[in-house]
Design a protein around this ligand. Sequence first.
Ligand code: GLP
Length: 247
Amino acid sequence: MSPGEPAGELTKQETVRRYLKAQIESGMSAHEKLPTERDLAASFGVNRLTIRRAIDDLERHGMVYRVQGSGTFVSATPISKTLEFTSFSEDMRQRDMVPGSLSVSLSVEPAGMAVGYALGLSPALPVVLIRRVRTANGAPMCLETTRLPAELVPGLEDGIHGDSLYDDLADRFGIDVVRADQQIQATVLGQEDAAELQVPPFSPAFLVQRTAYDARGRAVEFAQSLYRGDRYSYTLSIARTSIPKES
Ligand code: GLP
């Protein structure tokens, strides 16, 4: 497909989105700049809002990132297919529950070997450590231990503004968390963790380990979350990798 080809049944926005996606996947490099919205609008003969919306969609899928005043760039790791990526707060709201936090503790410590490896940091560099009991409709749901490179979030150790870490990262530090490598495994809760989640010791739980990245591909969070097995389940939105041919 090229800018000059007819759009057929596709909307103009979808035509532009597919064209840009194909360009990115077929040979653009990480951090390469996309043509400007103005140039794309001229090439496709559409208005800039149409271009912007097509790029918004690519940004939501982690394929590109914008730098104010400079333009739009190809993300470090273009991904064409994602499972849904949410924060705890969004996750609970989607389930019609009210998210909250029961206890929050914050400190700064050296990353250490394992966390340093996950975040791509020297083990000696400081990370902000956050421990929270997350609640849904006031009931403990998840025990969250999160570490972030201290350099990226100066002052975060004094407290999260509001209840959502991801909202605070975006609002205060300009960090948009857009994708993550995540591992989910079954486990049982030790005595202390079980007490914090208000369930009997050795109750079943999900251990979710997440390394989250911002739009530039920087590792910004390494989190270990223990979800109560009796209160939590996973639902995956899955999609075909290609659109079926019309008959
Ligand atoms: C999920 C992830 C955590 C992340 C949290 C942010 O629970 N497993 O890694 O820190 O979401 O949620 P919120 O923005 O509600 O604080």
